[in-house]
Design a protein around this ligand. Structure first.
Ligand code: BES
Ligand code: MN
Ligand code: ZN
Length: 483
């Protein structure tokens, strides 16, 4: 969808549908636009429409307007109008217009501006809601909403906000496409290729092969890769836009998680193609940051591999050595995410990073505890945790901090190695993070568990079913704040 700004009066905008955001405060909100608006809106309010949150009402545009239709988009009570409310209204409106065969839309920014909010939020929701994944369908309905004209005085600030919304939406789509792709087509090699497609003057990409990983002592990562015939790819993206120590983002990139020898039950296993959602999110962020040319040094690390059983697979009880020399007893091969992330964090230290943030679909316990509403967050640095919390609230990819009490160390104590890769079922959301903490050492580090949020079963106002792309907007905002 193309977005533009035009300094036009509502009645003079030729389009399929003119969107009027409306609060739950009676029919008078657009009276200043003239008699015909007044009457049309009064009519809607005389029927079922009341302006409730996410309520939509389509009416034929009255005479004197260049638009064909008017779409009233409810924002709820005055006190309820928030940035997120605008995203949701944008999402609902755009999907609705698309489904009704409209292709040109315009947005009145009057009511939005009266709340000191930006129409770019509405546009962001609209762009995100229009995502669809049809690569494997022979027939698609081909419906798209082609354009959205924001009716407003043009300004540099508004253009920048709309550009960022556009950058976010395309970065999120990029990540979602990767995650939705089934594992037969989204192998570690394919993921590496997607990373390579982001190369530019400021962004270099290197792909470490199995032998490189061996040379670097990545025994934990390689232990996961052993059961698969697909070659593992350890992908490193380096964006140079600043002069300070880099920020490193690590994304868990298991392109399929069968559990390995500790095989998962068959039911629902098909969803384990999304076990690379962390890596995809990191790629989305790298894409956005380089597109926006942010002044920062940023490194993305994707330890990519499949986790499969097989004659050469790692067996429960095996002991391996991770980067940095710690030995790990692998008591459950299904706790593979922390193994690949541990080596990626160990590898990240060579860059002397100012901080490392990892994002991973790490535990089933995460979605048991928090459902699909919030990302579980743990870490060793108060400042980073606070910043991420703020960014999460801001973009509405919310995070919730969980504890890393030192008592959890006991849970991952091994009798014969330095550490074991699971402490069993109890506390597994936090003990998985505690495991990672042992590898982060004194590097400022935060772990984000997106197992509950990376996949959406029931569509949301601007997130269609399937991969959610969660983490892209959160971490892009985070990078933007640090830059
Ligand atoms: N990829 C899974 C976690 C997961 C589960 C993500 C469901 C999304 C939805 C992870 O590798 C895993 O298998 N974790 C195990 C750890 C356990 C063996 C300690 C889990 O959480 O069950
Ligand atoms: Mn697993
Ligand atoms: Zn996994």
């Amino acid at each position: 969808m193309n977005i533009s700004v035009k300094d036009l009066r509502e009645k003079d905008c030729a389009c399929d549908a003119l969107i009027l955001p409306v609060i739950e405060a009676g029919a008078k909100q657009y009276d200043h636009l003239g008699r015909s608006f007044e009457q049309a809106i009064k009519k809607a309010f005389s029927k079922k429409f009341s302006g409730k949150k996410n309520e939509l009402f389509l009416v034929p545009a009255p005479d004197g307007l260049k638009a064909e239709w008017i779409l009233l988009a409810g924002l709820g009570k005055k006190e309820e109008v928030t940035a997120e409310g605008l995203r949701q209204a944008g999402g609902r409106s755009a999907a609705y217009l698309r489904d009704n065969g409209m292709s040109k839309a315009a947005l009145s920014s009057k009511v939005i501006s009266s709340f000191k909010l930006s129409p770019s939020l509405f546009a962001e929701g609209a762009l995100l809601s229009l995502y669809s994944y049809s690569r494997y369908k022979k027939e698609t309905n081909g419906k798209t909403l082609g354009s959205l004209v924001v009716l407003s005085k043009p300004s540099k600030a508004l253009t920048q906000e709309l550009d960022w919304a556009d950058t976010m939406a395309s970065a999120v789509s990029f990540a979602k496409d990767l995650i939705n792709t089934p594992s037969n087509d989204m192998t570690p090699s394919h993921l590496a290729k997607a990373a390579l497609s982001l190369r530019s003057r400021k962004l270099s990409v290197s792909v470490l092969e199995r032998r490189d990983a061996q040379r670097l002592g990545m025994g934990a990562y390689l232990a996961v890769a052993k059961g698969s015939h697909e070659p593992p790819k350890f992908v490193v993206l380096q964006y140079k836009g600043g002069s300070k120590a880099p920020l490193v983002l690590v994304g868990k990139s298991i392109t399929f998680d069968s559990g390995g020898i500790s095989l998962k039950p068959a039911e629902g296993m098909e969803k384990m193609k999304y076990d690379m959602a962390g890596g995809a999110a990191v790629l989305g962020v790298m894409k956005a940051v380089s597109e926006a040319a942010l002044p920062i040094n940023l490194i993305g690390v994707l330890p990519a591999t499949e986790n499969l059983p097989g004659g050469s697979a790692t067996k429960p009880g095996d002991i391996v050595k991770a980067v940095g020399g710690k030995t790990v007893e692998i008591v459950n091969t299904d706790a593979e995410g922390r193994l690949v992330v541990a080596d990626a964090i160990g590898y990240a230290k060579r860059f002397k990073p100012r901080a490392v943030v990892d994002i991973a679909t790490l535990t089933g316990a995460c979605s048991i505890a928090l459902g699909g509403e919030v990302i579980a967050m743990m870490g060793n640095d108060k400042g980073l945790l606070d910043t991420l919390k703020r960014c999460g609230d801001n973009v509405y990819e919310r995070v919730w901090e969980m504890p890393l009490f030192e008592e959890y160390k006991e849970y991952v104590k091994s009798d014969i190695a330095d550490i074991k890769n699971t402490g069993g079922r109890t506390g597994s959301l936090v003990t998985s993070a505690y495991f990672l903490k042992e590898f982060a050492g004194d590097v400022p580090w935060v772990h984000l568990d997106i197992a509950g949020t990376a996949w959406v079963e029931r569509e949301r106002p601007y997130i269609p079913k399937g991969a959610s792309g969660v983490g892209v907007r959160l971490l892009s905002q985070f990078v933007r704040e640090l830059a």
